[in-house]
Design a protein around this ligand. Structure first.
Ligand code: SIN
Length: 275
């Protein structure tokens, strides 16, 4: 039997049904769906942490997140957890994982272990569609610009989510020292498409501009890049493995499930320098 690929929208995202990760032809079809759709949700998997890791390693080298709580038995797996009595969720504003690294992560693989009965989706926004919808004048201006990305304000000591720190879901603040410069418009390493590459969690300012000068244009780009017609959502259920391309998308965890528990396991795969 072959895997079934069901697009979620015309721009972005696909659901994958009937996948057997033990089969090489299925693995190839999954990778092709990832390249074609940038966000995939592989349904109905029964993955142990070892199997999650083995599958991830077949895509590339694992980039262990410095700040997330780690799974005790498998420290390469980050735990994305919200307990029923907690109020903040990890990643609840638009961002792209690890953009503060000089070689930002290619993709993240999030496996749903426990999900709320309803709610707790992740929203994704396609950054190639966001780029294409800009005016020619703005494309030309941004095409010559670079921006700084930093881990300091999201994961550092002063400005991080207090509850996430207090509960140990986020830690290792001293390690939040990464600052990297990337083009504002990148050429996607797999598709060759141009993508907008700034995000509100980690981008601090344009190269050669002050933060004050940068903020109005950054705010406009953030509003534009998450326009509803560029988006899709993964509606999780236990056994779903979501994989998204961090160079082609931004994402946001939707924190709409007060009083319910959500536990996800994330592995991030290393990428390449962006140009
Ligand atoms: C993340 O930002 O990696 C977490 C996304 C989610 O929990 O939905």
């Amino acid at each position: 039997m072959s895997v079934e690929i069901r697009p979620l929208t015309t721009n972005l995202g696909a659901e994958i049904i009937g996948a057997d990760l033990g089969r090489e032809d299925h693995r190839k079809a999954i990778h092709k769906a990832f390249v074609d759709h940038s966000v995939i949700a592989i349904r109905d998997l029964d993955l142990s942490p070892d199997e999650h890791l083995e599958f991830a390693r077949s895509w590339g080298k694992i980039n262990v997140n410095r700040f997330f709580q780690r799974l005790d038995s498998h420290p390469e797996i980050a735990v994305v957890l919200k307990e029923a009595d907690q109020t903040s969720a990890i990643g609840e504003s638009w961002h792209t994982d690890h953009s503060y690294d000089t070689e930002p992560a290619m993709c993240s693989m999030l496996f749903a272990r426990e999900t709320p009965e309803v709610g707790g989706d992740t929203a994704f926004a396609g950054q190639s569609a966001a780029y294409e919808a800009l005016s020619e004048g703005m494309k030309k201006t941004l095409g010559n610009m670079k921006a700084w990305h930093s881990s300091r304000h999201a994961f550092g000591i002063q400005l991080a989510d207090e509850e996430a720190h207090a509960t140990g879901r986020i830690g290792n603040e001293e390690a939040a020292t990464q600052d990297s410069l990337h083009p504002v418009v990148i050429t996607h390493p797999l598709s060759g498409k141009k993508c907008l590459y700034v995000n509100a969690d980690f981008t601090t300012h344009f190269d050669g501009w002050t933060q004050e000068e940068s903020q109005p244009l950054l705010n406009q780009l953030y509003a534009h890049s998450s326009r509803a017609d560029f988006t899709c959502r993964i509606r999780w259920r236990p056994g779903t493995l979501g994989i998204w391309d961090n160079r082609a998308t931004q994402h946001m965890a939707i924190n709409d499930y007060p009083g319910q528990r959500r536990e996800m396991h994330r592995i991030t795969i290393e990428g390449v320098p962006l140009s």
